[in-house]
Structure formats: structure tokens, C-alpha cells
Design a protein around this ligand. Structure first.
Ligand code: ASP
Length: 341
């Protein structure tokens, strides 16, 4: 029986750590030692493994995403699927970056990690790694996060728990698959389709800031962020509401930014739901000031998307239309059709 060829790319994180003699966690010496812990994978996949880094994912940034995407792009024709082992802290950002850079996939790109180091009692590492390889040999052709019992579209993944072994959730759409007695896939997944050609767009403008609105936030803080970045994501309250009554109104900063051609994207700090800037006056004002709604994108998906878009164009109206378009399922279809700036 043919065993699909899978490239494993190790990047670091807790999953690739074990306890040393002194009791502290340190990266496992070699990838082979890591894979030896999951010998069952050999039964259904031919694995080649490489190490891109052994960082805590807190240390990963846009140049790393480009590197990771480049490796997958270079090796794309040589493998049937890809598994990236990764720290959990910034996995959602890396998953979003790969989703934008590598579109029209014809094979699975799976990110996974663990909350407990693989060599430690009670670790979720082995289970997650084995399941990541199972999904990488399946018919799904998307960037995904496989974690606990969920298979989540890359742009919808969020780390929602610093405790639970079900650390990731699929935000604003159902998971595209479930892991129980069997792997169960949803009809909404994209599947392998012969003839599909990979669309590789390795663009990233790292200079994007993110500000969470909070009571008492001063306009000058936002002004500083706007002045020092090419674009800013603002996480407003509820449906994207921004205070308007203060003297140094945040809204006037947004207006000045957009007049200078700098995009300000307004999202929500709620975990679930979408922006609706025309619902309240405090939303309408920021909309009239030129803000771009992030609709129902997660903050991770919106931030990385703005970096990716600004890596391709600085033209504000193009940035606006690209931000409002759903490239890989980051905006719900029914909202993409009805939302307007
Ligand atoms: N700090 C670690 C990381 O993100 C946490 C983990 O892997 O679970 O690399």
C-alpha cells in the first residue's frame, strides 16, 4: 500500500521539548528523537523531517513566516502533505500567514503543538502529532491547526486556553473536522483537486500595530501607533465601537490616519461575532472617519492579513478592497457579500 510522503518541519515549541536530568524543559536534540516517540506514524506515512528552528513561538515573527512558507513552496512538488510542529502561543498567527501566502493548495498543510512537553507524563504531544500526520495524509487541501479533538481552518484558529488540552477553538465557524473514534470531516473543507495550481504570494509588511480600546485610552497613544506603523488594527468594543466623547478623540486620530493614506482596520475585542459599524453612532463615526471593518476575522487573521496586503500595496483603496475580500475563509461568505465600508 502506498504510504503518502509527508514533510515534517520542526520549528520548536513545547511539543519538541523534554525534561532534562535537572528537571527543566529543553528542546529535544534531534527531530529523529522526536519522531521516535510516535513510531505508529511509520505505518501510514513516509516521513522526512527537517528543523527550521527550535524557538519558543513567542520569538517567531513575519520573516520566519516567509521562511516557513518558502520551504513549503520549494518542497511542494516533492511531498503529499506537510506537518509543522510549532509552539502554541503564536500558532494561530503562523497558520494565518501560511494561509495567505500559500493559496489554492492541493494538499494539506497542518500545524500542531502541545500544551505539555512530549516527554512529560500526561502530554498531549504524541496524540496531537499522530493526528496531525493522519490529517496530513487525508483529502483536505488547506492550511489547518490540528489540536486536541479539532481540525481548524488556519485563519479561524485561536488559542483560547493556557490550561486546557483543548487549547484551540474555531472562531465564527465550525471546525472543519473532528477527531474522535474516527476522523470526521465537514463538507465545508476544501479537498485535493487535480489541476489546482499553488498561488504563492510571499509578501509581508511587518510594520502593523494592534491596539485594544479600553476605557481611558488616550488619543495620543493611538497617534503614536499610527505614526510608527504602516497600518493599525483597532479592537473596539462589541460590534466595533470606539469612544467619541473625549477631547483628544480617537476618532479624529483615525480620520487623520486615513487622510494620510494609512489604513486603520476596526475589529472587535469580543471572542465571537462580527463588526457592524453602522449599528451605533460610536461605530458610525469611526466608519465615516475611514476605518475599514474587519467583519468576523479573528484579530490574528486580521493583523497578519493587513501585513500581507501592505506587503503588496500601500494604496489605501486597494488595501481596503483586499481587506474586505475573503481569500481563504477568513471572512464568512454571507458577511462578505453584505458588508460595506
Ligand atoms: N511558549 C510555548 C511556545 O509557544 C508554548 C507552547 O508551545 O505550548 O513555544
Amino acid at each position: 500500500m502506498y504510504r503518502p510522503k509527508i514533510l515534517h518541519i520542526a520549528t520548536g515549541g513545547t511539543i519538541a521539548m523534554a525534561k532534562g536530568e535537572d528537571g527543566s524543559l529543553a528542546p529535544i536534540e534531534s527531530n529523529e528523537d522526536l519522531l521516535k516517540m510516535v513510531p505508529e506514524i511509520d505505518g501510514f506515512a513516509q516521513v522526512h523531517t527537517i528543523r527550521l528552528s527550535s524557538f519558543d513561538s513567542a520569538d517567531l515573527s513575519p520573516p520566519f513566516w516567509l521562511d516557513l512558507a518558502r520551504v513549503i513552496h520549494e518542497e511542494y512538488e516533492n511531498y503529499d502533505g506537510f506537518v509543522v510542529s510549532h509552539g502554541t502561543d503564536t500558532m494561530a498567527y503562523s497558520a494565518a500567514a501560511l494561509s495567505y501566502i500559500l493559496q489554492e493548495l492541493d494538499k494539506p498543510v497542518v500545524l500542531t503543538g502541545s500544551q505539555i512537553a512530549i516527554g512529560v507524563i500526561g502530554s498531549d504531544g504524541k496524540r496531537n502529532l499522530v493526528n496531525a500526520f493522519r490529517v496530513a495524509t487525508s483529502d483536505i487541501a488547506e492550511v489547518m491547526v490540528v489540536f486536541g479533538s479539532k481540525i481548524i481552518r488556519g485563519v479561524r484558529a485561536r488559542k483560547i486556553s493556557a490550561f486546557s488540552l483543548e487549547a484551540f477553538e474555531s472562531i465564527n465557524e465550525n471546525a472543519i473536522g473532528e477527531i474522535g473514534l474516527q476522523l470526521r470531516f465537514s463538507k465545508s473543507r476544501a479537498t485535493r483537486r487535480a489541476g489546482r495550481r499553488l498561488l504563492y504570494t510571499p509578501a509581508m509588511e511587518p510594520s502593523v500595530g494592534l491596539v485594544t480600546i479600553h476605557p481611558g485610552l488616550r488619543g495620543e497613544v493611538l497617534e503614536y501607533m499610527v505614526d510608527h506603523h504602516e497600518g493599525v488594527i483597532l479592537l473596539g468594543y462589541g460590534t466595533g465601537n470606539i469612544p467619541v466623547r473625549e477631547e483628544d478623540s480617537l476618532v479624529s486620530v483615525v480620520k487623520a490616519a486615513t487622510q494620510k493614506g494609512k489604513p486603520v482596520v476596526v475589529g472587535t475585542q469580543c471572542v465571537l461575532g462580527s463588526t457592524n459599524l453602522s449599528l451605533y453612532k460610536v461605530g458610525k463615526n469611526v466608519m465615516n472617519a475611514g476605518a475599514i471593518p474587519s467583519v468576523d476575522m479573528t484579530p490574528e487573521a486580521a493583523l497578519v492579513k493587513l501585513m500581507w496586503v501592505l506587503g503588496q500595496t500601500k494604496d489605501l483603496s486597494r488595501v481596503e478592497s483586499m481587506m474586505m475580500k475573503s481569500y481563504c475563509g477568513e471572512i464568512s461568505k454571507q458577511l462578505e457579500l453584505t458588508c460595506h465600508v
